[in-house]
Design a protein around this ligand. Structure first.
Ligand code: HAM
Length: 423
């Protein structure tokens, strides 16, 4: 029986890889423009790290983590907790008061797989640690927006504030009281959540729950003066940068570490999975994880979702892989050996070269050269070796030129490179 990949775990095939590389390239370029440096993090962390940061009562920690229970370790469901663990462990704040970091890689959540939702998925994630100013919040959202724009995508930016440990408990009390009287209208999950994690009820997608929360108290009316002023300034900075957004008082996010600003980039083009990327501020988290008292903010984009949108939006999905500079079609054993050294010599000198080793016919080898998108093919038989002249075919124009063979393969390579680069 054939062994297949695990449900929710997906191979990224060679023809799809150029699109992934394109997304990574654009993300790296933009993040670097904003002064972010890359950090690479392990996939496994102590389970406690996620329980303490994301929160015991969240869906992720309660039921979605891949945990090796006896070892007490978990495959990271997101990057922020790992990044902060590394930040604290290596005392990165000592080097620079404000750290701007980004990371790219796979995350793992045991969710029900569907379009745009996998169990192993990838994020590009950026975090700014050590700055509380609203300019940073707006700048990060502008950076996310720039990433989408430069990829040729559009999404709506939704923004909310979740307040701080000073003002949120009072809002929570008011919300719990409101929900208590309306339990009958809530789904089973939300009835449970209205005790364990009441804010989550606000972003339940079920029609009954939406109806209940429509009239619920708004967190934006419950912000303390400091959070209110911070949020007002975030909005004015977004306006200054020309970033359009809308307020969404129901957005609470599925991770418990957020304070103040939260945001999501949403689209209607991905079915149920509306969020392409999301993030927010987590001013108490670093201290909570045993680090210095420093604020932070960040966001992550889901790469599978970006890929799906790009595939649907345009022909970038067809982006061809790198083509070959030269295919050597060798006929006969002596020619084969000559070609073997030539291909190696070209690769040593930086060209993409290939040949066939299985002694196929010229016709079959020409087909193979075309399939590999070779720009040129050098046709080389034992007869050509005798005459010291091979045939160089330009695969685009079909033009064929005699190519004088040399005793020295190095010389031959240089001459070939010369011709290839000028045609
Ligand atoms: P998140 O909202 O859980 O936030 O995930 C961010 C993005 O990752 C989502 O908007 C979505 O595009 C993608 N994503 C999440 N789960 C899946 C999945 N199962 N399959 C495919 N894509 C998925 C975080 O992870 C936070 N760490 C973001 C953040 C960074 N907050 C502050 N800094």
């Amino acid at each position: 029986m054939k062994i297949k990949a695990i449900n929710g775990f997906k191979d990224i095939l060679p023809e799809e890889v150029p699109l992934w590389q394109h997304i990574e390239g654009v993300a790296r370029d933009i993040f670097q423009r904003f002064g972010c440096h890359e950090i690479r993090l392990p996939i496994l962390e102590k389970t406690e790290l996620f329980a303490r940061s994301i929160g015991e009562a969240t869906d992720i920690v309660e039921k979605e983590m891949y945990t090796f229970v006896e070892m007490g370790i978990t495959m990271r469901p997101e990057a922020t907790a790992s990044l902060l663990r590394a930040f604290i462990e290596h005392g990165l704040h000592v080097r620079q008061p404000v750290q701007r970091l980004y990371t790219i890689g796979p995350m793992f959540r045991h969710e029900r797989p569907q379009k745009g939702r996998l169990r192993q998925f990838h994020q590009v994630d950026a975090e700014v640690i050590g700055a509380v100013e609203p300019e940073i919040d707006a700048e990060l959202m502008a950076m996310g927006q720039m990433l989408l724009t430069e990829l040729g995508l559009s999404a709506s930016l939704e923004v909310n504030s979740l307040g701080c440990p000073g003002c949120r408990p009072e809002f929570r009390r008011r919300l719990v009281a409101y929900l208590q009287d309306r339990q009958a209208g809530l789904c089973e999950d939300c009835r449970r959540r209205s005790e364990t994690n009441p804010l989550r009820v606000l972003d339940c997608k079920k029609a009954g729950c939406r109806e209940v929360v429509e009239e619920a108290p708004s967190i934006l009316d419950a912000l303390c003066p400091e959070c209110r002023s911070h949020f007002d300034q975030v909005q004015s900075r977004l306006d200054l940068l020309g970033v359009s957004y809308s307020l969404n008082r129901f957005m609470v996010r599925g991770l418990d570490y957020y304070t103040r600003t939260t945001f999501e980039f949403v689209t209607g083009d991905l079915g149920a999975q509306a969020a392409i990327g999301a993030g927010g501020r987590y001013d108490g988290l670093i201290e909570q994880l045993g680090g210095p008292k420093l604020p932070g903010i960040g966001f992550a984009m889901g790469m599978e979702r970006l890929v799906l949108l790009l595939q649907a939006a345009d022909n970038r999905a067809e982006r061809p892989g790198p083509s070959l500079d030269l295919f050597v079609a060798a006929l006969g054993s002596r020619a084969g050996l000559h070609g073997y050294r030539l291909v190696h010599g070209l690769r040593q000198r930086g060209l993409r070269a290939a040949m066939d080793y299985s002694g196929r016919s010229l016709k079959a080898q020409m087909k193979q050269a075309a399939r590999q998108a070779a720009r040129h093919t050098l046709i080389l038989g034992d007869d050509e070796l005798e005459r010291q002249t091979a045939i160089l075919r330009n695969m685009q124009t079909q033009e064929q030129l005699p190519f004088p063979l040399q005793a020295d393969v190095g010389q031959e390579c240089l001459q070939l490179i010369d011709i290839i680069q000028t045609t």
